[in-house]
Write a protein that binds this ligand. Structure first.
Ligand SMILES: [Zn+2]
Length: 156
């Protein structure tokens, strides 16, 4: 048995490791999931932050591919029908505000996906969560909420 430190000063159980709280963002050394500042059970170590990062990358890639695919598909439909005859081109003209809104929402979802992807890569690389990317995520979610309200207002 090698003892680099006097065992009398070591606490029982697993050794402390760097952790970050996903509720209050407190960072420090800890031995378990309970945050010393906010007492919530979101005080994560680097390996569980990396696991969450991997999940975020999968979600991000899916959102970017899925929304990007839908955006291209819808554009192909619209331009296909508009080039066929003048009346559908005129109808398309009437719907331009709605189309701008819908494409704005597509863009927001794709931005959200990219933000998830970058956040996930950051978490895997550093074992920590990036607060700026988190704020961007909340900002994008807020804009998506506004977009949903606008769509409902136009449709209703
Ligand atoms: Zn906390």
């Amino acid at each position: 048995m090698q003892n680099y430190q006097n065992p009398a000063f070591l606490p029982a159980g697993p050794p402390p490791e760097p952790r970050q709280c996903f509720k209050c963002n407190f960072e420090g050394m800890g031995t378990n999931i309970t945050c010393p500042r906010c007492r919530k059970n979101h005080f994560l170590n680097a390996s569980s932050i990396r696991t969450r990062g991997t999940i975020l990358i999968v979600i991000g890639l899916f959102l970017v591919a899925f929304m990007g695919g839908i955006a291209i598909f819808v554009a192909a439909l619209l331009f296909g029908s508009a080039s066929q005859n003048a009346s559908s081109a005129r109808r398309l003209n009437d719907e331009i505000p709605m189309l701008i809104l819908i494409y704005g929402i597509f863009a927001l979802v794709i931005a959200f996906g990219l933000n998830s992807l970058i956040s996930g890569l950051w978490m895997i690389a550093t074992g920590r969560r990036n607060r700026v990317l988190l704020w961007i995520m909340w900002g994008l979610l807020g804009l998506l909420g506004i977009g949903a309200v606008l769509v409902r207002a136009i449709l209703g």
